[in-house]
Each structure stands twice: as structure tokens, then as C-alpha cells.
Design a protein around this ligand. Structure first.
Ligand SMILES: [Zn+2]
Ligand SMILES: [Zn+2]
Length: 151
């Protein structure tokens, strides 16, 4: 196989294999839509492959090199590839990557989780969005100012 100068193409061999084994959920974990579902990895496969290959001094510069280490890589990153994943609709997936970048850094993993949880909360309880906490404090404050009692 030819030398591959584009790492994004090499990482595709791992994505394809991982995808074929992973069952997506039937709905977006945030809004519940069943359309245009995509799989989000908290740890970008690209980033995992880069740091792993660097650490162990493994060649990933060609398709054949990536194919040679593919099974081992997937085995050693089972949790990151199969468990630390979320099924999202295209809209929420794009939104998440808009915030955390195309290949989110490992340090952003807890933030990504919190973001997803917050969106879930907002979706299941829209009143949290319409009436943020400060507004009730503010009207209470106004009530006190004008001397009216809040019921
Ligand atoms: Zn969604
Ligand atoms: Zn993603």
C-alpha cells in the first residue's frame, strides 16, 4: 500500500473497524430525535492514536502500518472506543464540536460530559432555560423595593 501522507485517512481504518462493532443508540441522548444520528467519542480516536503511537514509537504513517496495529490499538482502548461514547443527532454533535473543537483534547472530557448532561437537563426541563434563577431573585428584589409583598 502507498505511503499515506494524510493521517486523517489512516485513522479512518480504525474508525471503520470500531464503527462496525459498535451499535448506536436509537435516539439522540440529548433531544431524543431518531434522525441523523452520529456517534461521539469523548476521546477523539485521532488524538488517542497519535499519543499512543508516539508513546510506543509505533509507525502510523501508512495505511498498512495502521492496519497492522489496528486490532491491538482497539483492544487497548476498548473503554474509550466503545464505552465513553454518546449517540447524538447531527445538530447536537456539531454543537459539541463547535465548542470543544474537531478533535477535543483529553482535558476537555469532563467538560464534554457536563455539557451533555446540561443539555439533557435543559431538554427535559425547558423552564430552566426560560426562567433562569436570577429572574426570580430580581423580581423579589423589585418587590422589596416597591414595598409589595411577594406571595
Ligand atoms: Zn439531539
Ligand atoms: Zn464527536
Amino acid at each position: 500500500m502507498a505511503i499515506n501522507t494524510n493521517k486523517r485517512v489512516a485513522v479512518k481504518w480504525i474508525r471503520d473497524k470500531a464503527k462496525s462493532a459498535y451499535e448506536k443508540e436509537s435516539q439522540c441522548c440529548i433531544c431524543g430525535t431518531t434522525h441523523e444520528l452520529e456517534l461521539h467519542h469523548l476521546h477523539s480516536i485521532n488524538g488517542l492514536l497519535e499519543s499512543w503511537s508516539k508513546k510506543l514509537n509505533i509507525d502510523i504513517t501508512s495505511d498498512s502500518a495502521v492496519l497492522a496495529i489496528r486490532d491491538r490499538f482497539i483492544e487497548e482502548h476498548h473503554a474509550e472506543i466503545y464505552e465513553l461514547v454518546y449517540t447524538l443527532c447531527n445538530k447536537h454533535h456539531v454543537q459539541l464540536h463547535g465548542i470543544y473543537g474537531k478533535s477535543p483534547l483529553p482535558s476537555s472530557v469532563p467538560k464534554q460530559k457536563r455539557w451533555i448532561e446540561l443539555q439533557q437537563l435543559k431538554h427535559s426541563n425547558p423552564s430552566l432555560v426560560d426562567k433562569p434563577n436570577y429572574s426570580s431573585h430580581f423580581s423579589q428584589f423589585l418587590g422589596e423595593l416597591s414595598g409589595t409583598k411577594k406571595i
